[in-house]
Design a protein around this ligand. Structure first.
Ligand SMILES: Cc1cc2nc3c(=O)[nH]c(=O)nc-3n(C[C@H](O)[C@H](O)[C@H](O)COP(=O)(O)OP(=O)(O)OC[C@H]3O[C@@H](n4cnc5c(N)ncnc54)[C@H](O)[C@@H]3O)c2cc1C
Length: 493
């Protein structure tokens, strides 16, 4: 019967059986690999990618779906998140609380464990900067040094769930022989099997590439040629039009007296805005370090394929020259930047589906977005959490997994794509490049009197409206509603 648990006890004589009782069979010829599940586990999940979306998927499954086995694979030989700071807004924090990591993460959060509450926007591409707005939000926004966030998440994985490193996925196949098995092939020639595959492998996802190649091949074979080429276009991410320099300034390396600078002095998140440029600053590592992100946009290149390297080292000169003529605080700030990482911001195009059969895309693999809402990681947390909550439903079996993933797609795809559109809009506003400001040239903007207080107020309101999505039903309420949807879908099976 399709819905019955297919539990096969591990055979000690099986070539794939390990003393830990793990059910994955590696380095075993695919045709002969037995599909072995541990007693008590309903089915097996492979999580490919141990970035934030992979780790939160694992921690959520560990917490909410203990009757499901999973294994995490990552291509790298050592996990060390690059980049600089990352901010987690209330919706993402609610997930951290739900999976029981609040206490551990507060120890490494932002400014001495205090939430980073005040936000200030300034118009700074002029000799005398002006405040666009300053909001003291009664909402938490925790900032982290990425490597510390990742370390804490890794430390909370149960030992049996340790990440398998040096496992670069090359391709997967969903068997069509009725066994409902997904077969994974890694670059080192090893293979594995699972019942569900979660593609948490980031913006350049191999799993998305495989999924959309397969969907396109199918459309092609059925004579839907235009659709096939549309489907193929989703494989490669496109340039957002923006390059960001990500830098960290250790406060103990600064000269005397610098503490008066607003960026070093307060726990605020400050965004210095100007035509086609911005700088964001906020404290990380309990206030010992200032995160500085400096963005430069090339609007005419948005949507093109960026051929060069996506990340490279950048020296101080490269960064400071972009902000010549800006207000004094910015000029001073960039002098303390001792180089950084140049990050070409690419995005995933608006996908028509996040799932195919027993395979689901999670996080950046599904919806890598612009960074101006600081929401990309938070959205991957929400994907991971909702998926784990759906999988934890007692009615879920190996047989009805495609229905579960269908609900995930139905709930998460419109939401994340809406957030991605708002992140783009907010970036345009930060860079004074929204359709309303198309008339504003860099020269006009630098004069300082191009925008009245009233116009600055309108920009502030438009920026604020880009955050509305955060204040609907909570993540927990949404997961309950999604489970109800799932029950409805089960009833109509
Ligand atoms: C400048 C900038 C600032 C940002 N700031 C914020 C912020 O403040 N707040 C926020 O919420 N978000 C922010 N984001 C977005 C956030 O960084 C991403 O959304 C998030 O890190 C995505 O996590 P992920 O796990 O989906 O992907 P990734 O972090 O890319 O992880 C993917 C993992 O998959 C592995 N992998 C890749 N290919 C394979 C393969 N073939 N086989 C096996 N493993 C593979 C990789 O090694 C990696 O470990 C920002 C992004 C940028 C660019």
């Amino acid at each position: 019967m399709a819905d019955q648990l297919s539990i096969i006890r591990p055979q000690p004589t099986s070539r794939g059986y390990k003393s830990s009782g793990h059910f994955y069979v590696e380095n075993f010829p695919l045709a002969r690999a037995p599909h072995i599940l541990c007693a008590m586990s309903k089915f097996s999940i492979a999580i490919v990618g141990a970035g934030l979306s992979g780790l939160i998927s694992a921690l959520s499954l560990q917490k909410f779906a203990p009757d499901v086995e999973f294994a995490i694979y990552d291509a790298v030989s050592e996990l060390s998140d690059i980049g600089a700071g990352i901010g987690l807004a209330p919706r993402a924090w609610a997930i951290i609380q739900a999976i029981g990591l609040e206490e551990a993460l507060l120890k490494v959060a932002g400014d001495g464990g205090q939430p980073c509450i005040p936000h200030m926007h300034r118009k700074s591409d002029q000799a005398e900067g002006v405040i666009i707005d300053r909001t003291v939000r009664d909402e938490m926004n925790y900032s982290f040094f990425r490597a510390e966030l990742q370390r804490v998440l890794l430390e909370h994985l149960f030992p049996k769930n340790k990440v398998r490193l040096n496992k670069r996925l090359v391709s997967y196949v969903q068997r069509s022989d009725g066994s409902a098995i997904v077969e994974l092939l890694f670059e080192d020639g090893s293979t594995a099997q699972c019942d569900v595959l979660l593609g948490c492998d980031g913006i350049r996802s191999r799993i998305r590439a495989n999924m959309y190649s397969q969907l396109a091949d199918q459309a092609q074979a059925e004579g839907r040629h235009d659709e096939a080429s549309r489907l193929r276009s989703h494989i490669t991410p496109v340039f957002s039009g923006e390059i960001v320099y990500r830098c960290l300034i250790r406060k103990d390396t600064l000269p005397e007296g610098v503490s008066e600078h607003p960026a070093f002095n307060a726990s605020d998140l400050i965004i210095y805005c100007g035509k086609n440029r911005h700088i964001v600053t906020y404290p990380v590592s309990q206030g010992r370090v200032l995160n500085v992100g400096a963005g430069v946009s090339y609007p005419e290149q948005e949507g093109t394929i960026y051929e060069g390297s996506w990340t490279s080292a950048a020296g101080r000169e490269e960064i400071t020259k972009e902000f010549v003529g800006w207000e004094a605080d910015v000029q001073e700030l960039v002098q303390y930047v001792n180089g950084g990482l140049k990050w070409v911001i690419n995005v995933v195009t608006k996908l028509p589906t996040y799932v195919h059969g027993r395979v689901a895309l999670v996080g950046d693999a599904a919806h890598a977005m612009g960074h101006h809402l600081g929401a990309g990681a938070g959205q991957s947390f929400e994907d991971a959490f909702l998926l784990a909550k759906l999988i934890s439903h007692p009615g879920v079996t190996k047989g009805n997994i495609p229905v579960v993933l269908g609900i995930y797609d139905e709930v998460r795809r419109p939401f994340t794509q809406h957030v991605a559109a708002l992140a783009r809009r907010r970036g345009k506003l930060h860079h004074l490049d929204s359709p309303e400001l198309a008339w504003l040239t860099a020269e006009r903007s630098a004069k300082g009197d191009a925008l009245s207080q009233e116009q600055l107020g309108e920009i502030s309101e438009m920026m604020e409206r880009c955050r509305d999505w955060q204040f609907g039903p909570s993540v927990l309420e949404e997961s309950v509603a999604a489970q109800r949807k799932l029950e409805g879908a089960f009833q109509s099976l």
